[in-house]
Design a protein around this ligand. Structure first.
Ligand code: BGC
Length: 415
């Protein structure tokens, strides 16, 4: 883009951002309802409300992304859109963009140079369709973390685990004390353990991308993938199905309160440890890639702004997008969220040990993997999620059974 175009873009955006438009109430839908998440989203709200007379109206949807996404999509499709909404970077909003229901953010993105400041570039790619920018990326989350409570192991006379194998080996000693070796939550968290964590850690990055993105059914049925199902077979034996809790943060809370030794969950779990005043590297550990492979996927969150006829709302939407990606707000939000800022040019002196580990891993581009939402349609992800949950909770389903059904899903998956 030429300097002149950029200048003109900047002028137009500045006019929109500083227009004395009437104030708007801006309802923001998201699924950030755990303690850590609520603390983080409050930073966005505080920053937006401080900009002027527009008001953030919180539209939190309880449950999880799986509950919230269909509600948000049907509201936008049905003509009752929120002013702004969270999604994950990926394909979830493609139909809404194609139906011309989403505000085009290209002008503000170009004026503020988002493509130059956002890293990795895959996160801007996820917001770009047909050359235009449709969402603002606000953070980088990765799924590949195991969370362990040091005291639980020390009380059982053990060293805190460093790998998945250590967690498995410690199980009898913990169980003898009435402590769960592994906590689990139903639905997408079980899928996260198998598909996002065990698959790349045990079968490797290439197999992960080959199977999920390239839909290689042969690899899905091959020996590397079999190793993953065998590990999951081992994991399900550590978890009594009656102890599986409904929400991810309930499972993390079992680790925080010492009722369980370990949980595998994305780095958003860090927000919960922070709210509980626990210190990384002292009270708890965060082990990437099951303690083996320091590779992270680049999931996270983005915000879309459904089109609105009211110019005051449009102006508020542009202001909100700009505020969310600004340096100060990036730091305040991400420190509470447990995610990494979407831009590297911010002051992270206050980052905790886990964040520092994540940042160090991401410095090497070879350690970065795409997230499932960037590789597959949501229906495919849901089919896999349901299959893996069945396997985890039904001991009569064998490794052969689950692998055969997995191959079938991959064979029939759309691009
Ligand atoms: C989001 C995170 C969120 C997590 C659990 C993920 O889809 O990217 O921001 O904390 O769900 O609610």
């Amino acid at each position: 883009m030429s300097y002149r175009t950029r200048l003109l873009g900047a002028a137009a955006v500045f006019a929109a951002l500083s227009a004395p438009a009437f104030a708007a109430d801006c309802e923001v839908t998201h699924w950030w309802t755990s303690g850590g998440e609520a603390a983080a989203v409050a930073e966005f709200q505080k920053a937006f409300d401080a900009l002027g007379d527009d008001k953030w109206v919180d539209g939190a949807i309880g449950g999880s992304g799986d509950t919230a996404r269909p509600i948000i999509i049907s509201r936008i499709m049905g003509g009752n859109p929120p002013c702004a909404t969270q999604f994950n970077p990926g394909k979830d909003a493609d139909d809404l963009i194609d139906a011309e229901l989403i505000l085009d953010l290209t002008e503000v993105a170009e004026a503020e140079g988002w493509r130059d400041i956002v890293r990795p570039s895959s996160q801007m790619d996820s917001c770009t369709r047909d050359g235009k920018v449709w969402c603002v990326p606000v953070n980088l989350h990765s799924a590949q973390w195991m969370w362990t409570n040091r005291k639980v192991y020390e009380d059982a006379g053990l060293e805190p685990p460093k790998t998945w194998e250590d967690v498995v080996a410690a199980a009898p000693a913990l169980q003898a004390k009435g402590v769960m070796p592994l906590s689990a939550a139903q639905g997408w968290p079980i899928n996260l353990l198998l598909m996002e964590v065990m698959l790349p850690a045990l079968a490797g990055r290439d197999a992960y991308v080959d199977i999920l993105e390239k839909k290689n059914a042969e690899a899905a049925g091959g020996p590397e993938m079999r190793k993953v199902f065998e590990a999951m077979d081992e994991a399900r034996k550590l978890v009594d199905p009656s102890t599986i809790v409904p929400q991810w943060n309930d499972a993390v809370s079992l680790v925080i309160t010492g009722k369980a030794g370990a949980n595998v969950m994305g780095d958003w779990a860090q927000g919960e440890f922070q709210v509980a005043n626990m210190v990384a590297g002292q009270d708890y550990d965060c082990l990437p890639g099951l303690g083996h492979s320091p590779m992270l996927n680049t999931g996270g969150d983005v915000f879309y702004f459904p089109k609105n006829e009211d110019p005051a709302v449009t102006a508020a939407q542009l202001k909100m997008a700009s505020s969310m990606i600004s340096k100060e707000v990036q730091v305040a939000f991400n420190l509470k969220k447990g995610s990494l800022p979407i831009r590297p040019d911010v002051d992270l002196a206050a980052a905790n040990d886990c964040m520092k580990k994540g940042l160090a891993i991401l410095e090497d581009p070879n350690n970065i993997m795409p997230s499932p939402a960037q590789m597959m349609q949501r229906e495919t992800q849901n089919a896999i999620r349901d299959l893996f949950n069945e396997f985890f909770t039904d001991p009569s389903m064998t490794v052969d059974d689950v692998q055969a059904q997995f191959v079938e899903i991959i064979e029939n998956a759309p691009e």
